[in-house]
Design a protein around this ligand. Structure first.
Ligand code: GLU
Length: 291
């Protein structure tokens, strides 16, 4: 089977140089493996995704000299596939509805810590959910689902771990033998698998699509490496294949911090307007000139 990779930006802003690096690396690795890469637009969040950003992403990638086979997968067009997967997790008794607000969770965490009970953080630094809503029994959860009332659904991590047992995923690095990485999904606690009002989450959609699109290799930033542990658990529970993964170092700006839209890192569009050429950007990132 020939290699299939994907570049999967979220259209909640324009691409910056860090995205350019990731896209160019996907392209290079796909070529080296004699395969191809697909473009997937991760636009599940209607409040943060815009059509202008989607158009901008296509424009920026083409400007860099990249090309990908059609069709582009837009996650917003596949919500029923994610709902089906969520239903399967729910029927295994692994998801429960959570009606806690962010502030209620923050207050519960503060109360615990004030009382001298340390609260573990997930790999992104967010305190683990204290499990307030986990007590609901199966019938109550089913009734909630049937009501169609939007709420978040969390994974019952302990139950999922019991069902799956020890898990691992394969790390690949071009030119090196694969490594088997022991997954520690418990680091994420009872993570949200269905976001309120969205009907899915990055984690669930990513696992469903990587399998559904026949992705064999994932190349993405190191900021998502820990999430792969959770993906290994979801894939196992859903009977889906998890691709091999490579997590590249993140590019830092002049301030030494990782590039991010939220930190105002210059977009490729701004660099283009300032007269930068695709060749110069590619050369700066260590890639050959555009074909
Ligand atoms: N959509 C994610 C992002 O823009 C990337 C997801 C992935 O590559 O798995 O950060």
């Amino acid at each position: 089977m020939s290699a299939r990779l994907r570049f999967a930006p979220s259209p909640n802003g324009r691409l910056h140089v860090g995205h350019a690096f990731s896209a160019l690396l996907n392209d290079r690795v796909a070529r080296d493996l004699g395969g191809t890469w697909l473009l997937r637009i991760e636009d599940i969040d209607p409040e943060r995704s815009t059509e202008a950003n989607v158009r901008g992403i296509l424009e920026d990638l083409a400007w860099l000299g990249l090309a990908w086979p059609e069709p582009v997968r837009r996650q917003s067009g596949h919500l029923p596939a994610y709902a089906e997967a969520a239903g399967r997790l729910r029927r295994q008794g692994l998801l429960y509805p959570c009606i806690c607000t962010r502030s209620a969770i923050a207050a519960a965490v503060a109360r615990a810590e004030d009382g001298g009970i340390p609260v573990a953080r997930d790999p992104d630094g967010t305190p683990l959910y204290p499990g307030t809503c986990r007590h609901r029994d199966r019938r109550e959860a089913d009734a909630w689902a049937a009501s169609g009332e939007p709420c978040a659904w969390r994974i019952d991590m302990a139950a999922a771990l019991r069902a799956s047992g020890p898990l691992a995923w394969r790390r690949f690095a071009p030119g090196e033998p694969d490594a088997v990485v022991a997954a520690r999904p418990e680091r994420w606690g009872d993570s949200v698998i269905i976001r309120k009002g969205i009907g899915t989450s990055y984690h669930l959609s990513c696992v469903v699509d990587d399998h559904g699109q026949g992705i064999t290799h994932v190349v993405r930033g190191r900021d998502l490496e820990a999430a792969t542990d959770l993906h290994a658990l979801l894939a196992d529970r859903l009977g889906l294949v998890l691709p091999r993964c490579h997590h590249h170092a993140l590019l830092a700006g002049a301030d030494g911090l990782k590039l991010a839209k939220s930190r105002g890192s210059p977009s490729l569009a701004a660099l283009r307007e300032a007269g930068e050429t695709p060749g110069a950007i590619r050369a700066r990132l260590g890639f050959a000139p555009p074909p």
